[in-house]
Design a protein around this ligand. Structure first.
Ligand code: KG4
Ligand code: ZN
Length: 333
């Protein structure tokens, strides 16, 4: 069979996912077994439930991925697996499964950082993106600006000091009595709201560092809603969602642009669940046109957690000789 087939495994949070990707960009299969419904009633992911579900579904998800890709295990050239950051018990299920496969099939094992995986979602279905580039990863667990010097060579430029961008969408949604995950619901409500109805803070945009902080914004929204309730003034949910979303977008865009200017980089690569947000995508593309930057996003369905992005990262690490031993361990943050 032509090319290299990588089997990717993602079990860091609440999705059990296995994918087969050829040559780092052709998705042969990308099966995602989501536990979202199970966690929804708790308003967030329950770690103990998550790891047990991964145990239950990892084998059948893997079998389904091989079947859909119409390949057998002997056609696989490497096993790529997320070994962190994420939920410890969940990561251990995926890593143990990956080690067993790699050992039995005598194939290389490639550990992938979950954030690294989100970057490589951009390589699926397109030609390779040239390095160096600046990557903004915005997910439920992380908000990071990363300078990707070469494949596997990363410099963290900034991180969130408290809540991640997706986390703050989820927490605000929970406070407003909306469902988990909050991002897509807030985005939907924001469509009919006014983004300049309420001025919420844009945290850390007046400082020169590239870190993020969203807890002050979260408090400002909660305080605003509380106050309105106290004085029995009616709440325009759509306006709150649109104004809050805009504050997050402005902050992310400001910091990303600062990073591009400071490091004189003209390629911006976005990833993570929040990158599925249409208003964020539009704003970054607009900024890209204005400042002559090439802006890349994965297709929306590949922004959230999936094993395709892990397999893509695995391919590029494998061809650059970056494989791991069986001592590979998990890490949580
Ligand atoms: O990358 P991801 O699937 O999981 C982590 O690695 O955390 O991201 C999930 C996060 C959730 O917080 C969710 O609310 C957020 O991404 N999200 C969105 C949108 N879709 C998902 N946030 C804003 N707008 C969206 N359309
Ligand atoms: Zn993720």
């Amino acid at each position: 069979m032509e090319g290299k087939n990588i089997l990717g495994i993602e079990t860091s949070c609440d999705e059990t996912s296995v994918a087969i990707v050829r040559n780092g960009n052709q998705i042969l299969s990308n099966i995602i077994s989501s536990q979202m419904e199970l966690h929804r009633k708790y308003g967030g992911v329950v770690p103990e439930i998550a790891s047990r579900q991964h145990m239950k579904y990892i084998l059948i998800t893997c079998q389904a991925a091989l079947k859909q890709a119409m390949v057998s295990l002997s056609d696989i050239d490497g096993i790529a697996v997320v070994n962190g950051p994420g939920l410890k018990g969940s990561l251990l299920v995926g890593l143990s499964f990956a080690k067993a496969l790699a050992l039995v099939m005598n194939k290389p094992l490639i550990g992938i950082n979950h954030i690294e995986g989100h970057i490589f979602a951009n390589f699926l279905n397109i030609q390779e993106i040239k390095t160096p580039f600046i990557s903004l990863i915005v997910s439920g667990g992380h908000t990071s600006l990363i300078l990707v010097k070469k494949i596997g060579q990363y410099q963290i430029l900034g991180n969130t000091r408290d809540d991640a961008a997706g986390e703050v969408f989820d927490k605000i949604a929970k406070y407003l009595g909306l469902e988990y995950p909050g991002g897509p619901i807030i985005e939907k409500l924001a469509l009919t709201g006014k983004k300049d109805a309420i001025h919420f803070p844009r945290p850390l945009t007046k400082t020169s560092n590239l870190d993020f902080s969203f807890s002050g914004l979260k408090t400002a929204v909660i305080y605003f809603v509380k106050k309105k309730k106290e004085i029995k003034e009616s709440l325009q949910l759509e306006d709150i969602c649109a104004s809050f979303q805009q504050a997050v977008i402005d902050t992310l865009v400001h910091k990303t642009l600062s990073a591009a200017h400071r490091y004189n980089i003209h390629r911006i690569v976005i990833g993570g669940g929040v990158a599925a947000n249409e208003s964020l995508r539009k704003k970054l593309l607009e900024i890209g046109r204005k400042y002559h930057l090439s802006v890349y996003f994965p297709p929306k369905e590949l922004c959230t957690d999936n094993a395709g992005m892990i397999a893509a990262a695995g391919y590029f690490k494998l061809i650059n000789g970056m494989t791991d031993s069986f001592y590979l361990d998990v890490f949580t943050e």
